[in-house]
Ligand binder design. Structure first.
Ligand SMILES: Cc1cc2nc3c(=O)[nH]c(=O)nc-3n(C[C@H](O)[C@H](O)[C@H](O)COP(=O)(O)OP(=O)(O)OC[C@H]3O[C@@H](n4cnc5c(N)ncnc54)[C@H](O)[C@@H]3O)c2cc1C
Length: 430
């Protein structure tokens, strides 16, 4: 069985940051920086050449959040820091033995978001510090504002360039789905066995490792619509672009930000849209109002204020059946209705695939996370100094699946240093 010291499941921003650090890109602090706490400042100065060597439990015991130790250097102010003013730098050291297994390539779910999708926050919030997005813009001749939203056509190439620039690509196997993570039997000289299937050939392979970085992301299993007839060929279970759906009348089922995006884009492409969601108008209108800093929510406000001739909103609605020829049955607070449509787009989100861990004894401890970006998921509870799972020693949730991360990539990226630091200290490599 192929063995590695560390296996990283998932190639999203969460997994990539850990990979780069394990590849030997170790942070250091340089120049004129200042932490708000004198104690933290003293520790930072003492360890500035190799902060990964610092056991972050010291900070935790003093009442500080270890993830902030690195985040404050990456994002010391609200706006993006010009490249020549960074106090977070990197030293290239030896690589640890890591391998990434992932379905999508670098960039994770950004590979499959709608073709015109913009981020909900500025470019520098999406950045992984080892290779600044400003440097990527410069190197690829992109004239962009670091404080502006990013189009996926810039973001996915950025994450791909990150993998290339930092020498990660040879250790990333994409098109590989992890099907289970198990405790290794006594005859395997490792802690975990990772079972996988090649998505193209169907061939199954097992790997073993001592450290498992769990970065499968917030929607590795799509939620299922409980309605009759979901196998009708006029239904799509992910939205991409208006050109991908035939016909005039489109039913969008959802209610979160992704469904909002789909319904609006289809409407603005001239389609007749019926948008059905379970929630009641108050919840949806609050999201629209609270999100007016985003162009597409300002557009929503315009659509609602206008005649809405091509946008029918069905609140408190539950789609119960899809019949042949586009006939759909929907129960609403006013009673059941039937709609005749040309196509249906379902955007009801997903959840992290914790079933992958079902072979471990005992229950996993979860933290219910609800953020302003409308992410609602259960995160694995972790030691806040190392991001090691409190339930499964050697397992490190990364990205959105770990408790204690803040909003967005800016909120979780710094955890990669806590994870890699803990692994490298255990390996005696820092
Ligand atoms: C439409 C949309 C807009 C968003 N906008 C923003 C934004 O503006 N800012 C922001 O910070 N965040 C945004 N997000 C949140 C997004 O989740 C994060 O940007 C980020 O992608 C999360 O990183 P991750 O590494 O946790 O997971 P992901 O990006 O989801 O990456 C995990 C990857 O793991 C792989 N994987 C999953 N299951 C398996 C398996 N069984 N085996 C092997 N590989 C597997 C897949 O390739 C998956 O893509 C948005 C999300 C969506 C859907």
């Amino acid at each position: 069985m192929e063995n590695h010291s560390v296996i990283i499941a998932g190639g999203g921003p969460g997994g990539l940051g850990v990979a780069a650090t394990l590849e030997g890109w170790h942070p250091r602090f340089e120049g004129d920086y200042e932490f708000p706490s004198d104690d933290v400042q003293a520790l930072a100065r003492e360890h500035e050449q190799n902060p990964l060597a610092l056991d972050q439990h010291v900070l935790l015991e003093q009442g500080h959040r270890p993830i902030e130790f690195f985040r404050m250097r990456h994002h010391p102010i609200q706006d993006a820091v010009p490249l020549d003013e960074w106090t977070l730098k990197f030293t290239k050291r030896n690589r640890a033995d890591w391998l990434m297994l992932t379905t999508d390539g670098p960039g994770g779910l950004w590979n499959s978001v709608p073709r015109e999708q913009m981020t909900l926050g500025p470019a520098h919030w999406m950045e992984l510090s080892h290779y600044p997005i400003g440097k990527f813009y410069e190197q690829t001749g992109r004239n962009r504002d670091l404080n502006a939203l990013v189009h996926r056509e810039d973001l996915v190439p950025y994450y791909q360039a990150y993998a290339e620039e930092l020498g990660l690509t040879p250790h990333i196997r994409s098109g590989i789905k992890v099907t289970s993570i198990k405790p290794a039997d006594d005859d395997v000289a490792a802690r975990f066995v990772v079972e996988t299937v090649d998505q193209e050939t169907g061939s199954e392979t097992s790997y073993s490792c001592d450290h498992l970085v769990f970065g499968v992301g917030p929607r590795s299993v799509l939620r299922k619509l409980t309605a009759r007839g979901t196998d009708q060929d006029y239904i799509s279970f992910a939205y991409t672009h208006p050109d991908d759906y035939p016909g005039e009348r489109i039913l969008v089922i959802g209610g979160g930000r992704s469904a909002d995006w789909a319904a609006q884009e289809l409407h603005d492409a001239g389609r007749m849209v019926v948008y059905a969601m379970r929630q009641h108008p108050e919840g949806h209108l609050k999201l629209i109002n609270d999100s007016r800093y985003l162009p597409y929510y300002r557009r929503w406000a315009e659509i609602l204020a206008g005649g809405q001739e091509r946008m029918g909103l069905l609140y408190g609605a539950n789609v119960t059946a899809f019949e042949p020829d586009g006939v759909t049955a929907i129960s609403t607070s006013e009673g059941p209705i039937q709609l005749q449509v040309d196509h249906v787009v379902v955007e009801i989100g997903g959840d992290p695939d914790y079933e992958l861990l079902k072979s471990f004894d005992g229950n996993l401890t979860f933290h219910a996370k609800h953020d302003n970006f409308r992410f609602q998921l259960n995160q694995l509870v972790v030691d806040q100094a190392t991001f090691e799972s409190v339930d499964i020693p050697g397992l490190y949730p990364t990205g959105y699946t770990a408790q204690g991360t803040g909003l967005s990539v800016i909120g979780f990226h710094a955890a990669c240093f806590l994870i890699a630091g803990d692994i490298l200290r255990k390996l005696g490599a820092v």
